[in-house]
Write a protein that binds this ligand. Structure first.
Ligand code: IPM
Ligand code: MN
Length: 358
């Protein structure tokens, strides 16, 4: 019996369902080419479902979802609902309750013309960001006092735990070693102003002593935003906190061609993990069939790599790279002139054209 992977699919809101459909077609195709099976189970959670039923992500569904091998998510967020309701009820709930402590965000430029920076070559943009994914201001320790009055106070705690910081940092050192490229890990923080980040400084030094083969670098987040534009080639592996990672990876995504290609994996090594494009639900493009599904296709590639299907993952990556380099797909925006469906077709054709990796 060939191996079969059980995937929980949450297409979600806005353009989510459109891009997920194409990514699933690519997944089915690559699975049949590489001789493994896919058993997708679709879940309806998101804004439409909430408006109809008032359910966000029920406990029973959550338990069922966690029993899968991996989760594929489209996008969550709808302007008709209270800000953050579904983002926290679905995305953050999955991240926290499944303890997906690493948010892995690769930044790779596949074709020079996709980079908005002048004279930056593909070989100069190839790094990966390890964003801590379960702590920081995202932990939800917040409150309002005297809400709505002139004396209102609003607080939200930035919190870090030694265990939480250490596991993210350790994961990043291991990854820098596994990548085996520049063997360098850059810590991005703001320890000069947010003194609680001294915990990151100390943990990085202590864990780093166990990895003498990995060079350690450090930048403050404000400077890192400047350096990533000025000299992206300096990065190999980056580790940072939840909030800075959120911001830094949107900036980094632009350097690789924008949110049309940037994907992420929310991981707990050895457990069910979640894969998604970095972009959101893009309500203004919903239902127009113009959304680019490549970021979700790249999320599928990350998912396959995680599931031990490394060859199939590289096959997708090679196909997308070829499609972009040849300009058969000329841009990653909604102005490419191709429909969502057509881009799915192009990826599937490209899978046939590039040879499967060894
Ligand atoms: C992301 C998103 C989320 C985050 C939002 C939707 C809560 O921006 O995955 O980067 O801030 O983590
Ligand atoms: Mn974000």
């Amino acid at each position: 019996m060939p191996k079969s992977h059980r995937i929980a699919v949450i297409p979600g809101d806005g353009i989510g369902p459109e891009v997920v459909d194409e990514a699933l077609r690519v997944l089915e195709r690559v699975a049949s080419m590489h001789g493994f099976g896919i058993q997708p189970t679709r879940y309806p959670y998101g804004a439409e479902h909430y408006l109809k039923t008032r359910e966000i992500l029920p406990d029973a569904a959550f338990s069922e979802i966690r029993g899968h091998d991996a989760i594929l998510l489209g996008a969550i967020g709808d302007p008709r609902l209270e800000i953050g309701l579904l983002e926290f009820g679905i995305i953050a709930k999955l991240r926290f309750d499944l303890d997906l402590f690493v948010n892995l965000r690769p930044v790779r430029l596949y074709a020079e013309h996709l980079c908005p920076l002048k004279d930056v070559k593909p070989e100069q943009v190839d790094f990966v960001v390890v964003r801590e994914n379960t702590e920081d201001a995202y932990a939800g320790m917040r409150g309002f006092f005297k809400k709505g009055t002139p004396d209102e106070i609003a607080t939200q705690e930035i919190l870090f735990t030694r265990k939480g910081v250490e596991r993210a940092v350790r994961y990043a050192f291991e990854l820098a070693r596994k990548r085996g490229k520049r063997k360098k890990l850059t810590l991005i923080d703001k320890a000069n102003a947010i003194r609680a980040m001294d915990l990151w400084t100390r943990t990085f030094a202590e864990v780093g002593a166990e990895y003498p083969d990995i060079a350690r670098d450090h930048q403050y987040i404000d400077a890192a935003c400047m350096y990533v534009v000025r000299e992206p080639a300096q990065y190999d592996t980056v580790v940072t906190s939840n909030m800075f990672g959120d911001i830094f990876t949107d900036l980094a995504a632009m350097i690789q061609g924008g949110l049309g290609i940037a994907a992420s994996g929310n991981l707990h090594p050895g457990r069910v993990s979640l894969f998604e494009p970095i972009h959101g639900s893009a309500p203004k493009y919903t239902g127009r069939g113009v959304a680019n599904p490549i970021a979700t296709v790249m999320a599928v590639a990350m998912m396959l790599d995680y599931l031990g299907e490394g060859r199939a993952a590289r096959h997708i990556e090679d196909a997308v790279a070829d499609l972009l380099r040849s300009r058969r797909l000329p841009s990653l925006g909604t102005d490419s002139g191709f429909s969502t469906r057509k881009i799915g077709d192009l990826v599937i054709e490209a899978l046939d054209q590039v040879s499967a990796p060894a």
